[in-house]
Design a protein around this ligand. Structure first.
Ligand code: TXE
Length: 503
C-alpha cells in the first residue's frame, strides 16, 4: 500500500479489513517536525468514514467471530500481535521518529517494550472470571457474567502515538471488544503501518480494529457522538477531554480520560544530589518535555536551591539538540507547529511574570543543533506556584523552579494545582518517602526515579488529569461490564405487587 521510493508517501486507512481512501477522496499532509517538510499524505476522514468504521466494528461485535472466539484463542491472537510488533519494532520506531520527532533512542526502546502489553493482556484474556454468588434466597443459583462493553473508540494524541494506542488496544481486545481508532492528525502514519504489519498480518477478523484518520472536530467528534460506540478511551489535552466527556455523556458512553499534568518533582536536601539532578533533567527535557507526566514544577528545598540549580543548569546545558533519528541526540523538535507557538508564548508569559530565566528562553538556532521547530531547554527560577507558568501545562522543555521550606510546605505546593497525574520525590529517608507518596494527590508517585512506566502498574490521573486507569490488571475492567443472572430453582408465586426482597 505504500511505495517507499516515492518522495511523498500516500497512505490509505483501514476499515472493515480493507485498505480504503477517505469517502470524500480528500487527504492531508503530515510533516516531519525536524525538517518542517511534508512527507506523507493521510486520508481525511469525516462522518461518512466514521459511520462505516463504527458499523463494521458493530457487525464484528454482534455477529463476528471475535467476541465468540474462546478467550484462550483471543489470548493467543494477542500474543501473535506482540510477536509481530517485536518483529517490526525498528521500522515502527523509525516511522514515529519521522512523524513526531521523538528520539530514536526513546522510540526504539518504546516499540521494543510494546509487545509486553499484548503478552500481558493476552495472558489475562482467559482469566476474566465472573462469580457464583450465594444469594440470600433459598433455591436460587445466582452468578455474575463479565461481558465486553461493545464497540470502543480510541482518540489518541501525537506524543507517543503507538504506545498510548497499545495501552488501550491490548485490554480492549482481550476483553472481546471491537475498536475504532482516531489517531492524532499530526501522527497517523505509525498506526497505519501498525495496521499493515501487525493487525492485518495477525489475521485479526475484519471490523475488529478499524482506523479513521483525520481532524478532531471532523473525525473525532462524530465518533464520540456515534450511538453504537459504547466506550471512549481518550488521551489528550484537558480542554478537549472535557468536551469529549460532555459529548459522550449525551449517549451515556463509558469514558476513560488520560489528560494533562503539571507534575511536581520534589527534591529534599537529604537526597542523592547527582541522582536528583539527573531526575530533574529526565522529568522535563526527555521527550522535549512533550509528555503528560513531565516534571514541569521542580520543587527544591531552600537549603539546596542554589547548588542544585547550578548543577542542573550545567547538566541541561550539555543536552545535544538535533536530528531525532541520530542515536546521540538528546533533545529533538517540538512535534506540531501550534505546540511550538504555545511553548514560546509560555516562555514570554514566565518572563512577564518576573521569573528569572537561567537557561534557554527561546527557539534554538541551526548552530545550536535546532531544526525547524526547536525550543532550547529552558529553566526559570524565582517561580511562585500561583503564577501561570506554574499552574498551566506548557508541554515543552520549560521548567519552573519553586522553593519550599519543609515537608508540609512541599506537600501544600505539590497539591495546590488542578492536575494530579505524576509526582517525583527525591529523598534518602524511607519515612519521608512513604509519607510523601501517601500525601501527594497524583495517580503515580516515583521515589528516587522519574518517568518509569510498566504494563503492570496502573496509570492515570487524580483531579483534572483524568478518569480511570490504564495498565495493570484493573485496566481490563474498563472494557467489561457485569451482568447479574438470577436462576430460581424453587417455587414461584408470592405477592406479585411487591419487590422480591429477602425479608
Ligand atoms: O490535543 P488534543 P492537542 C495537551 C498539551 C497540548 C494540548 C493541546 O498541553 O499542548 O493538550 O494539544 C482529538 N472531538 N496534551 O491540541 O486536542 C485530536 O484530533 C474528538 C496532553 O494536540 O487534546 C487528537 O486525536 N476528538 C496529552 C486528540 O483529540 C478531538 C497529549 C488529542 O488532541 C476533538 C497531547 C474533538 N472535538 C496533548 N478535538 C497527554 N495527555 O499526553 C481534538 N480531538
Amino acid at each position: 500500500m505504500l511505495d517507499t521510493q516515492q518522495k511523498t508517501k500516500t497512505y490509505q486507512t483501514y476499515i472493515d479489513g480493507k485498505w480504503v481512501d477517505a469517502a470524500s477522496g480528500k487527504a492531508f499532509e503530515t510533516l516531519d517536525p525536524y525538517t518542517g517538510e511534508s512527507w506523507a499524505l493521510i486520508p481525511e476522514c469525516d462522518d461518512t468514514d466514521v459511520n462505516r468504521a463504527v458499523e463494521a466494528a458493530y457487525r464484528a461485535f454482534e455477529t463476528g467471530s471475535w467476541p465468540n472466539m474462546t478467550p484462550t484463542m483471543r489470548g493467543k491472537k494477542l500474543r501473535l500481535i506482540g510477536d509481530l510488533i517485536a518483529k517490526h519494532s525498528e521500522h515502527l520506531a523509525g516511522i514515529e521518529v519521522r512523524d513526531n520527532g521523538k528520539l530514536i533512542s526513546e522510540m526504539a526502546a518504546q516499540t521494543r517494550y510494546m509487545p509486553e502489553w499484548f503478552y500481558y493482556y493476552g495472558g489475562l484474556a482467559d482469566k476474566i472470571q465472573g462469580a457464583v454468588v450465594s444469594v440470600d434466597r433459598p433455591e436460587h443459583f445466582n452468578y455474575i457474567l463479565r461481558e465486553p462493553v461493545g464497540v470502543c473508540a480510541f482518540i489518541t494524541p501525537w506524543n507517543s502515538p503507538l504506545m498510548l494506542t497499545s495501552w488501550k488496544l491490548a485490554p480492549a481486545l482481550a476483553a472481546g471488544c471491537t475498536v475504532v481508532i482516531k489517531p492524532s492528525e499530526y501522527t497517523s502514519a505509525s498506526l497505519l503501518e501498525f495496521m499493515r504489519l501487525v493487525i492485518a498480518e495477525a489475521d485479526i477478523p475484519p471490523g475488529v480494529v478499524n482506523v479513521v484518520t483525520g481532524f478532531g472536530a471532523v473525525a473525532g467528534e462524530p465518533l464520540v457522538k456515534h450511538p453504537k460506540v459504547a466506550k471512549i478511551a481518550f488521551t489528550g489535552g484537558t480542554a478537549t477531554g472535557a468536551r469529549v466527556n460532555a459529548l459522550a455523556a449525551q449517549t451515556f458512553k463509558k469514558v476513560s480520560l488520560e489528560l494533562g499534568g503539571k507534575s511536581p518533582n520534589v527534591v529534599f536536601d537529604d537526597c542523592n544530589l547527582e541522582d536528583a539532578v539527573s531526575g530533574a533533567v529526565a522529568g522535563i527535557f526527555a521527550a522535549t518535555g512533550q509528555t503528560c507526566i513531565a516534571g514541569s514544577r521542580l520543587l527544591l528545598q531552600e537549603t539546596i536551591h542554589d547548588v542544585f540549580v547550578e548543577k542542573l543548569v550545567a547538566m541541561a546545558k550539555q543536552a545535544r539538540l538535533g536530528d531525532p533519528s541520530k542515536p546521540e541526540t538528546q533533545v529533538g523538535p517540538v512535534t506540531t507547529p501550534p505546540q511550538y507557538e504555545k511553548i514560546l508564548s509560555y516562555i514570554d508569559i514566565a518572563k512577564a511574570e518576573g521569573c528569572t530565566c537561567v537557561l534557554g528562553g527561546g527557539p534554538a538556532t541551526k548552530e545550536e543543533g535546532g531544526g525547524r521547530y526547536f525550543v532550547k531547554p529552558t529553566i526559570f527560577t524565582g517561580v511562585d506556584n500561583k503564577m501561570r507558568i506554574a499552574q498551566e501545562e506548557v508541554f515543552g522543555p520549560v521548567l519552573s523552579v519553586i522553593k519550599f521550606k519543609d515537608e508540609e510546605d512541599a506537600v501544600r505546593i505539590a497539591n495546590e494545582i488542578a492536575y494530579g497525574l505524576g509526582a517525583g520525590v527525591w529523598t534518602q529517608s524511607v519515612k519521608r518517602a512513604h509519607n510523601m507518596a501517601r500525601r501527594i494527590k497524583a495517580g503515580t508517585v516515583w521515589v528516587n526515579t522519574y518517568r518509569a512506566v510498566s504494563f503492570l502498574m496502573p496509570f492515570g490521573g487524580y483531579k483534572a488529569s483524568g478518569l480511570g486507569r490504564e495498565n495493570g490488571a484493573e485496566a481490563i475492567d474498563g472494557y467489561l461490564q457485569s451482568k447479574s443472572v438470577w436462576i430460581n430453582n424453587g417455587p414461584g408465586g408470592g405477592n406479585p405487587f411487591i419487590m422480591k426482597t429477602a425479608g
